[in-house]
Design a protein around this ligand. Structure first.
Ligand SMILES: [Zn+2]
Ligand SMILES: [Zn+2]
Length: 244
């Protein structure tokens, strides 16, 4: 299984990086974990046909994580229609927010005929779901106070991928990371205590407890980017392909 990192930047475009978008390529499926505003652009830059996308699975509904969906909609409406419906899964409120965003950006979306064929699914924390044949284990992570943010464990073709989404450190990551092939973990800051994101000092203190086969840091802010190469952990890079 391959993970194409379309975007590993934060909401601020730190380091000129694209916003969140992680494309998983399996033998018979292609699905995106989060869909930042730059995801379609990055997919085309990587030479991957957007029509191959089967599903978009969202960790939470912040703009840098779902704001790219309208561009996929207009791509599939006006440029290259897909053969099968796109599946979009995310925390409660996903369908409403995606439609509202499309409405704001392009003036339509309330009517099903105004968006490309799409199956919306809701992910509830603690309730495993089968999304277009992909096993998703969503769990709550501390990132927002008014809406639900999810960490996502994805199981497909015998491989396990854990994605933190955006989150402060939580003990859940210790349990969820056990035995996974790849843990894609946000690490927005180096030593600040911003509350709703992980900083490197907290991660380092817990590193020996993370029993995953590979750990890749992502959603990197300026503080972390300034230390690229100095820290002993793998940093995500736009365009990087990670095999797991
Ligand atoms: Zn974010
Ligand atoms: Zn966020």
């Amino acid at each position: 299984m391959k993970l194409h990192i379309l975007g590993c930047g934060d909401a601020f475009g730190s380091g000129g990086r694209n916003q969140s978008g992680y494309l998983v390529e399996a033998s018979d499926r292609m699905f995106l974990l989060d869909c930042g505003p730059t995801s379609l652009l990055a997919m085309k830059r990587a030479g991957i046909d957007p029509r191959r996308l089967d599903a978009i699975i969202l960790s939470h509904l912040h703009g840098d994580h779902f704001g790219g969906i309208p561009f996929f909609f207009i791509e599939f409406l006006y440029q290259q229609p897909k053969d099968k419906p796109l599946t979009i899964a995310g925390p409660p409120g996903t369908e409403t927010k995606v439609r509202q965003l499309f409405q704001l950006m392009y003036g339509n979306g309330n009517n099903d005929k105004e968006i490309p064929p799409t199956c919306f699914e809701t992910l509830y924390p603690g309730q495993p779901a089968l999304i277009d044949g992909i096993e998703i284990h969503p769990f709550p992570v501390p990132h927002q106070t008014h809406e639900i943010s999810l960490g996502l464990k994805v199981v497909y073709e015998g491989k396990k991928l854990l994605f933190s989404g955006d989150s402060a450190w939580t003990e859940s990551f210790v349990d969820q990371a056990r035995g996974v092939d790849l843990f894609l973990c946000e690490c927005s800051f180096y030593d600040e205590q911003p509350g709703m994101h992980i900083n490197y000092q907290v991660l380092r203190a817990n590193l020996s407890r993370l029993e995953c086969k590979q750990l890749v840091l992502t959603h990197l802010g300026e503080q972390m980017l300034a230390r690229h190469g100095e820290l002993p952990l793998k940093f995500a890079m736009d365009g990087l392909v990670v095999e797991f």
